[in-house]
Design a protein. Structure first.
Length: 232
């Protein structure tokens, strides 16, 4: 593997690599694809959040034996964290990342597709709350302190960069990108989009994409495999 930037992280966990190998197989059916993506997302997310979050005391409670203990949450706290799946395949990673966090967090969806001739991303859906709280509208949601982008594939990196730019414009302070598989080009491109604000975590890394922008050997069209729309 070529030298990667310091804000790129590729897992070397042997169990993850074994599951990634199973996910690559054309013989793996949709149900197994869903389970493998969930498992790999859990492993990638575990590593990413261990690095990107800190433990913070949040009060006291009592154990079943009546002993008082100090409770712990994360910093940033869950209300200041947002999960941002890239539609549609990013939805498959949300349950895993949500399960790792100590409390529910907002989920903001971004719809991006690659235009076939240029392979450039086109945004077709965005439900980020753009309005910050004001005295007249105290319940409005402002930008998260930490946004966690989830998308199984980082191929050319163009979609990841578009999502990073959108969230940076929204006002987030930091971004973690979690992917199942990336390419060297995609990692370098995503990591260079906002060097001081972005950390990218992937379960594996292949060298390149083909002429259609698909990773070699890759996972195929993971969205089609997840949602049984192969041949559409």
């Amino acid at each position: 593997m070529a030298s990667l930037p310091p804000n790129a992280h590729v897992s070397s966990h042997p169990c993850l690599q074994a599951k990634l190998s199973q996910l690559r197989s054309a013989a793996t059916g949709s149900k197994e694809v869903q389970a493998l993506v969930h498992d790999i997302a859990l492993m990638v997310g575990y590593e990413a959040l261990a690095s990107g979050l800190q433990a913070q005391e949040s009060g006291t409670d009592k154990s079943p034996l009546g002993y008082t203990y100090t409770t712990t949450t994360t910093f940033p706290p869950p209300p200041r964290i947002s999960l941002v799946p890239i539609l549609r395949s990013g939805l498959s990673m949300i349950p895993a990342l949500s399960a790792l966090l100590p409390a529910p967090v907002p989920v903001h969806h971004l719809g991006l597709y690659r235009e076939k001739s240029t392979l450039q991303p086109v945004e077709y859906y965005n439900n980020l709350p753009y309005h910050s709280p004001t005295p007249a509208n105290p319940d409005a949601s402002g930008p998260a302190e930490l946004a966690i982008i989830v998308d199984p594939i980082i191929a050319t990196g163009a979609t990841a960069c578009a999502a990073i730019d959108t969230l940076k414009d929204w006002g987030v302070k930091r971004i973690i990108v979690c992917a199942v598989l990336a390419t060297e080009e995609g990692l370098n491109r995503a990591c260079s989009e906002w060097v001081e604000g972005v950390q990218v975590w992937a379960g594996g890394c292949d060298k390149e994409v083909d002429g259609k922008g698909m990773i070699k050997p890759g996972l195929g069209d993971i969205g089609d495999r997840l949602f049984l729309t192969i041949g559409k």
